[in-house]
Design a protein around this ligand. Structure first.
Ligand code: AMP
Length: 177
């Protein structure tokens, strides 16, 4: 490798710079014009350097889980990116910050929440900064249903096909808007 190449973060197998990788991003909002914020967030994600949105799910509405406030609006974006997973997460964090998100306490209502759900078939274990697949995604209908809408064959590394997880979550409300 040339001496000028970017250095991949260590200890995060498969997270370094590479050819384009498909990643899934979960979007959520439950304050203000949540639907408008999610639509804007798709555009902001598409504008991230070396990243483009391949598919946008529809908007879904779900009851808060481990969170407070009104119903959430949720969606999933499938992207193709040349960024490593840590850089992609940083870019998502900047979009959240620009949307005016404050963090007065854990699981507070949020104007915009962006989660890195899947990054290719990588398993990244670098808590608290980054854990991929997102550790709670397999248990959340508001993640899996929009994910399956745009990526019916999605596989959650270490768990299996996303489609195999969703039936167990029938009790969780997540409806198309
Ligand atoms: P949240 O309250 O969901 O926005 O949590 C954000 C925090 O979780 C940040 O400090 C992130 O670094 C960390 N985090 C760890 N893994 C992930 C992931 N897969 N996607 C988004 N945030 C993550």
């Amino acid at each position: 490798m040339s001496g000028t190449a970017p250095v991949a973060p260590t200890g995060a197998g498969g997270a370094g710079p590479r050819r384009p990788v498909r990643a899934a991003i979960g979007l959520g909002a439950n304050l203000g014009d949540a639907a408008g914020r999610l639509r804007e967030a798709f555009d902001r994600i598409d504008a991230i350097a070396d990243t483009r949105v391949l598919a946008r799910s529809g908007l879904w509405r779900s009851a808060p889980i481990e969170a407070r406030g009104p119903d959430f609006h949720n969606a999933v974006a499938i992207v193709e990116t040349r960024l490593d997973a840590f850089s992609l997460l940083e870019a998502l964090r900047r979009i959240e910050d620009d949307a005016g998100r404050e963090r007065p306490y854990r699981n507070a209502p949020r104007t915009l929440d962006l989660d890195l759900l899947l990054y290719g078939d990588a398993r990244i274990d670098a808590p608290p900064r980054l854990v991929v697949p997102h550790p709670r995604m397999a248990g959340r209908a508001f993640v899996l249903r929009p994910l399956l809408e745009v990526a019916p064959d999605a596989t959650i590394p270490g768990i299996g096909p996303a489609a195999g997880q969703v039936d167990a979550l029938a009790g969780q409300r997540a409806d198309p808007v």
